[in-house]
Design a protein around this ligand. Structure first.
Ligand code: AMP
Ligand code: FE
Ligand code: FE
Ligand code: ZN
Length: 288
């Protein structure tokens, strides 16, 4: 069984439509794939509709949140929510708020770059996205690539789009305890994404992960392309000690990243735990 539980489509900042994504997942030899676009469930129906025979779909989303940094401040974290009820009023409302936040924030970053002479048109950038789409830095990065300012999305990030750059701004994301409660209340299973992806910025401490486990976190994404071997070992040990399930996934974004579908995979037993937790908390959630 080859299981990849973290992928993105054009409904957020991936480059393949949900239908193309599931087709590519089957071609990559996966047995199970999760669609986890940022702050939206908009791709679920199209992915399910186009699902190739023999492939199972796990419906999820990646929630933008903030966690304590242990020094009185906050840092950005991502929570993967699996198999939650997409009609949950709390989730529908909060995801809509987050998508608005994303647009306001990306416009601010684009305006700062334009004011500094970069060939970026904030109106055109936002107009090219569907009105309800979760705007993200990869969309701005692609504009910079198209304009020849940088050679790749990755270069756009490290030169201009990460914390420390004068063009970077934060968003008002959800308090992570609230996200965990929201996903659980909707029958879903919350898993902390790429917790130790240090090259993206500051990461949570082990103490914070202990607190999140007490707040209802169900699992940790251990095997992720942005985790070193040491980070993976530390997270695996934390998961074992806190009785959290451990996943592994590619965080595929199509052409916006260099990772391949199925580059990292999840143990079937971890997926069984996810499905058992979801089935135990909400009647009517159907897989794939
Ligand atoms: P945002 O959602 O606007 O905060 O942008 C973060 C998104 O950009 C995440 O989905 C990441 O997958 C992606 N990302 C972060 N760092 C990089 C990088 N170095 N190269 C390409 N994509 C990145
Ligand atoms: Fe992304
Ligand atoms: Fe993420
Ligand atoms: Zn992701």
């Amino acid at each position: 069984m080859r299981i990849d539980l973290h992928t993105h489509s054009t409904e957020s900042d991936g480059t393949e439509t949900p239908a193309e994504l599931v087709t590519a997942a089957a071609a990559a030899g996966l047995d199970v794939v999760a669609i986890t676009d940022h702050d939206t469930t908009a791709g679920w129906a199209a992915a399910a509709e186009a699902l190739p025979a023999g492939l199972r779909l796990i419906r999820g989303a990646e929630f933008s949140a903030v966690a304590p940094d242990g020094e009185g401040g906050q840092l950005s974290v991502h929570l993967l929510g699996y198999l939650f009820d997409p009609a949950s009023a709390a989730i529908v409302a909060e995801q809509a708020r987050l998508r608005t936040e994303r647009r306001v924030r990306l416009r601010t970053m684009a305006e700062r770059m334009a004011a500094d002479g970069f060939p970026v048109d904030p109106d055109a950038l936002l107009a090219q996205l569907p009105p309800e789409a979760p705007a993200g830095r990869p969309h701005l990065a692609r504009v910079l690539v198209s304009a020849g300012v940088v050679g790749s999305v990755g270069e756009a990030f490290y030169r201009y789009l990460v914390p420390g750059s004068p063009y970077y701004t934060d968003r008002a994301d959800t308090e992570v305890d609230t996200t965990i409660r929201m996903i659980r209340a909707a029958g879903g299973v919350p898993v902390l994404a790429h917790a130790f992806a240090r090259r993206r910025g500051p990461v949570v401490s082990a103490e914070v992960i202990v607190e999140l486990a007490a707040a209802g976190l169900a699992g940790l994404e251990v095997d992720h392309p942005d985790h070193s071997d040491d980070d993976r070992a530390a997270l695996r040990e934390l998961a074992a000690g806190l009785d959290l399930l451990a996943t592994g996934s590619s965080d595929y974004h199509g052409g916006n990243k260099t990772v391949r579908l199925g580059q990292e995979t999840t143990d079937p037993q971890a997926l069984e735990r996810i499905e058992a937790l979801a089935a135990g908390s909400l009647v009517g959630v159907v897989v794939g």
